[in-house]
Design a protein around this ligand. Structure first.
Ligand SMILES: *[C@@H]1O[C@H](CO)[C@@H](O)[C@H](O)[C@H]1NC(C)=O
Ligand SMILES: *[C@@H]1O[C@H](CO)[C@@H](O)[C@H](O)[C@H]1NC(C)=O
Ligand SMILES: [Cu+2]
Length: 223
């Protein structure tokens, strides 16, 4: 009996590890890490990915269409903030950060225009690709970004299973950017709609003759 119990526990532990996808729950701003979902919108998706390229859930995850119990945190343009997940990302794929200007970050549904502020693709060396699989990812709020409330979105696109449907792990933080920036973010895109099923960065086979990669979505806006 003891043996069977031990085996059963070991098997269920393995199963939960295998299915324990990462969820971006924490935001560090001004050097302080908030508690889970303090500044990042709660979702009802648990750790499942969004896989429908046409779904509004791509914006801020399932259940993240508003953030009435999420606090909007003030950050200075030019400062760096960090998204942290509950467990480290382990499916290979790019990480991108998007922002959209909104009147009220706790009410905005993300239907406004988004721009990309950072992307992290693989590094190629000696014929192999290395992805940044981490628990935390930094992004700098562009220093010329006009003061306003914004949604700040992280997108990790898992393309570890060529031929299968890529998986989006997404979350939105609510920020109020301060400063005197007067930049005009471009290009802007709608989400959903920012990635097409035929984009090379979406369809890539990362195990076969993989020597270059273009992160899907718009080009990064730089001040
Ligand atoms: C936020 O609101 C949702 C739905 O109203 C709720 O399920 C969730 O527990 C809340 N999250 C926090 C951190 O209070
Ligand atoms: C790699 O580069 C080729 C030639 O420019 C391009 O056609 C292809 O789409 C790129 N592959 C990826 C995965 O971005
Ligand atoms: Cu998985």
């Amino acid at each position: 009996m003891k043996t069977f119990t031990t085996v059963a526990i070991a098997a269920s532990t393995l199963a939960s590890v295998a299915h324990g996808h990462y969820i971006f729950e924490y935001l560090t701003a001004n050097g302080v890490e908030g508690s889970a979902y303090q500044n990042v919108r709660y979702n009802t998706n648990y750790n499942s990915p969004v896989t429908d390229l046409a779904s509004p859930d791509l914006r801020c995850n399932v259940g993240g269409e508003s953030g009435s119990n999420t606090t909007t945190v003030a950050v200075t343009a030019g400062s760096t903030v960090t998204f942290t997940a509950d467990v480290a990302v382990y499916h290979q794929g790019p990480v991108s950060f998007y922002m959209t200007k909104v009147a009220d970050a706790s009410a905005a549904d993300g239907s406004s225009q988004w721009f990309k502020v950072k992307e992290i693709g693989p590094t190629f060396s000696g014929g192999s690709a290395t992805w940044d699989l981490s628990k935390s990812y930094d992004v700098t709020v562009p220093n010329c970004l006009p003061a306003s409330e914004y949604l700040l979105r992280i997108e990790q696109l898992a393309i570890h299973n060529p031929g299968g449907t890529p998986q989006f792990y997404v979350a939105c933080a609510q920020v109020k950017v301060t400063g005197s920036g007067s930049g005009s973010p471009s290009p802007v895109v709608a989400i959903p709609g920012h990635i097409k099923a035929t984009d090379p960065g979406y369809t890539a086979n990362i195990y076969n003759d993989f020597t270059n990669y273009t992160v899907p979505g718009p080009k990064v806006w730089a001040c």
